[in-house]
Design a protein. Structure first.
Length: 178
């Protein structure tokens, strides 16, 4: 119940921020708004045991509010690989976010919030997912470095199982206007 409240609060705050940004962008700039789609692959290193590495693929729908600001929705599939007898952790992320270009309309900062739905045979929980990102994008290519924090996925700390998985990953994507 506590995690549900946190997710609702975060989604509500993000929604208010996005609506106010959308309103300001409408007033200040005359920009041809539109959708973009990016298809990407991800590779990363978890910051906690027992996970060894992560591989995944995703699709990101982006709505450009202005030349510098965009709304994003990202989903896909990723897998945390574990060596030994433990099971891998496969999950489907679903995130909404805000992207701001900060340098020459190519270097950007992005924040996303959402949920990660575990789809592994032995684990079917859902976790709050927070993802700050820094990246570089052209009209076709997007390269980014991201930190994902999974609030409720299990990790091993000092020989005991706890929650709070971290992941540092790189994304390479091809994008185009819709």
């Amino acid at each position: 119940m506590k995690n549900s409240f946190n997710i609702k609060t975060l989604f509500g705050t993000l929604t208010l921020l996005l609506i106010s940004t959308f309103s300001m962008a409408q007033e200040k700039e005359n920009y041809d708004q539109g959708f973009r789609l990016g298809i990407g692959i991800n590779a990363g290193l978890p910051t906690n045991k027992p996970y060894d590495f992560n591989l995944g693929a995703d699709a990101r729908l982006q709505y450009d509010l202005s030349k510098r600001y965009s709304l994003t929705f990202t989903t896909g599939f990723s897998n945390m690989f574990v060596s030994g007898k433990d099971n891998d952790l496969g999950y489907i992320p679903a995130k909404a976010g805000f992207k701001a270009f900060v340098l020459k309309d190519q270097l950007y900062l992005m924040g996303e919030v959402g949920a990660a739905f575990a789809v592994t045979n032995d684990y079917n929980e859902t976790s709050l997912l927070l993802s700050p990102t820094i990246g570089y994008a052209t009209s076709k290519i997007d390269i980014s470095l991201r930190y994902d924090h999974f609030n409720d996925f299990p990790v091993e700390k000092n020989g005991t199982i706890k929650e709070g998985l971290g992941l540092v990953s790189v994304r390479l994507a091809y994008g185009f206007k819709l």
